[in-house]
Design a binder for this molecule. Structure first.
Ligand code: ATP
Length: 333
């Protein structure tokens, strides 16, 4: 397997090396292709990502991505949005399961996945900025809606045979279009469905997260709901994600570059390590993926945690402990 490694900016440069310590513990036959992409590169060279970078990435099977700072500069185009489009990574899969021993803000067990359309919607890139008005075109296509609904149904087949379609169809015509297509795909696949308006969903997810299993929605709604879900699941430092297309995949923690804590060695590496777990699962390495989950639980139970979880351990203390625990588990398998 050939993996493009993009640490990016801020804490991306800390959590990705930490996650690689865990990946290296398996001794798998993996070629790593390091790439310097991001805001730091933009400041130095005027370009955050080049066409050659994209070509190099397309020669790899997948990408392990940290985080990239997006500055408030109208000339700066989001690298991640471009990568998702260029690699056609149309499904953003974000699982939310509480980790053992992590204190949660609300009670009750839950285990749900947000399946977010990743290439269109409000992030179409079709925008106009005028003196007195600004416009963003929200693009919802039949193809985009069908394939994301199909992804959700495939996940539902492995889980509870049902999906929740989140939209704002009472106001937005583009959302009634999305909703109708998603319902059609669910019916065709024998998957039961419920619908939720996005505002009601934001409210209910905090109160009753245990009610949900596979949630499918459009790009911006999925982006917002998954940050909310991260808070419910114990914090941004714990939540991984996969961006999946038919040919390529990109794995990243859902947090950003966190400039407020960058360079201090205190970023929680677990979201990045669990992103490696998702990458191994995608590559069919299920035993290795499972041993990462066990090692994370093991290290959390020992109280080896970063300050965001109330501990005083560093990023590398946590990743080294998880790598050691992984070695112990694979030794036992
Ligand atoms: P960006 O502009 O790149 O999105 P941001 O700071 O706006 O960065 P996040 O990086 O998602 O957004 O961070 C939001 C908050 O969560 C910050 O206070 C940050 O310190 C905290 N945070 C995010 N990731 C982690 C992590 N891995 N470990 C500890 N704290 C984190």
């Amino acid at each position: 397997m050939k993996i493009a490694i993009v640490p990016g900016d801020g804490i991306g440069r800390e959590v990705i090396p930490a996650a690689l310590t865990v990946l290296d513990a398996f001794g798998l036959d993996i070629e790593k292709v390091p790439l310097d992409i991001g805001y730091g590169k933009w400041e130095r060279t005027g370009s955050a990502i080049t066409d050659e970078d994209i070509e190099t990435i397309k020669e790899c099977d997948c990408v392990l991505f940290g985080a990239i700072t997006t500055p408030p500069d109208p000339d700066y185009k989001s690298v991640l949005v471009r990568l998702r489009k260029e690699l056609d990574l149309y499904a953003n899969i974000r699982p939310f399961v509480p980790l053992k021993t992590v204190k949660l803000p609300c009670a009750g067990k839950f285990d749900f996945v947000i399946v977010r359309e990743n290439t269109e919607g409000m992030y179409s890139g079709i925008e106009e900025l005028h003196e007195d008005a600004a416009y963003t075109t929200r693009v919802i296509t039949r193809k985009g809606s069908e394939r994301i609904a199909m992804r959700a149904c495939l996940l539902a087949k492995e889980r509870k045979q049902s999906i929740t379609i989140v939209h704002k169809a009472n106001v937005l015509k583009s959302d009634s279009f999305f909703r109708d297509i998603a319902i059609g795909v669910a019916k065709k696949n024998g998957i039961s469905y419920t619908e939720m308006l996005v505002d009601a969903m934001a409210y209910d997810l905090v109160l009753r997260p245990q009610k949900y299993d596979v949630i499918v929605t459009t790009n911006l709604f999925g982006d917002i709901l998954s940050d909310e879900a991260a808070a419910i699941a114990g914090g941004l430092g714990l939540c991984p994600s996969a961006n999946i297309g038919d040919r390529y995949a990109l794995f990243e923690p859902i947090h950003g570059s966190a400039p407020d804590i960058a360079g201090k060695g205190i970023a929680n590496p677990i979201a990045a390590i669990l992103s490696v777990r998702m990458m191994l699962e995608w590559a069919g390495k299920n035993k290795e993926a499972e041993s990462i989950s066990r090692a994370v639980d093991d290290v959390l139970a020992q109280g080896i945690v970063t300050p965001d979880l109330g501990g005083s351990y560093s990023t590398s203390d946590v990743s080294n402990a998880i790598a050691e625990s992984v070695s112990k588990f694979i030794g036992k398998q």
